[in-house]
Design a protein around this ligand. Structure first.
Ligand code: FMN
Length: 179
């Protein structure tokens, strides 16, 4: 474990409202991989945050803590299901609460699950511009996984490999670039 790696803070955002979420499983796998390489990881399940605060109708300590976790992080892993050919509304309302330069100097790792391959471009046409609009550098190897790539809710080996590749790239970018 490299010394610089041990100090890397990571936040994982889960943008699915589903209790048995495939995309949250991918975020958890990415966080476990990063923690295994010495990073300090934290999962923020956006579905647990108070809806009124997410919609800007007041504040809530849990939301303030989630925004602070993003501000602290060097790597932001964002998992979402494809909804209507793009990322979920839950992820959208959360990122709308970040400052405009809220991801400058951070590395973004997009993890997307969709029912079918037809909407795989939501990774490149939805998640990449979303990260870029906030100033993040996005890993080249984001992940899009279809329902057929899961067995009994668990991701298959090719999906896990893709997540690991994205994680390794994020760590390489974090050590190669200044914060
Ligand atoms: C409201 C809604 C909209 C969806 N829209 C799409 C879609 O446009 N394209 C697609 O491939 N799958 C779509 N799906 C399927 C989900 O993206 C898919 O089941 C995904 O794996 C769910 O991830 P999760 O388990 O993390 O919530 C949709 C599902 C819901 C509930």
């Amino acid at each position: 474990m490299g010394e610089s790696t041990s100090r890397i803070a990571v936040v994982g955002l889960s943008g699915s409202p589903s209790a048995a979420s495939k995309s949250r499983g991918l975020v958890e796998h990415a966080l476990a991989e990063l923690a295994g390489r010495g990073a300090a990881t934290e999962l923020v399940d956006l579905a647990t945050l108070p809806a009124d605060a997410l919609l800007g109708r007041g504040t809530a300590p849990a939301l303030t803590a989630a925004l602070a976790a993003v501000a602290r992080a060097r790597i932001v892993v964002a998992g979402t299901p494809v909804y209507r050919a793009t990322y979920s509304g839950l992820l959208k309302v959360f990122v709308d609460l970040l400052p405009q330069d809220g991801l400058v100097g951070k590395i973004g790792v997009p993890l997307v699950t969709g029912h079918a391959a037809a909407h795989a471009l939501s990774l490149d046409h939805g998640m990449r511009p979303l990260f870029a609009s906030l100033g993040a550098t996005v890993v080249a190897s984001g992940v899009y996984a279809t329902s057929a790539q899961f067995r009994d809710g668990a991701p298959g080996p090719e999906v896990l490999q893709a997540v690991e590749r994205a994680v390794l790239e994020a760590l390489a970018l974090a050590s190669a670039t200044a914060n």
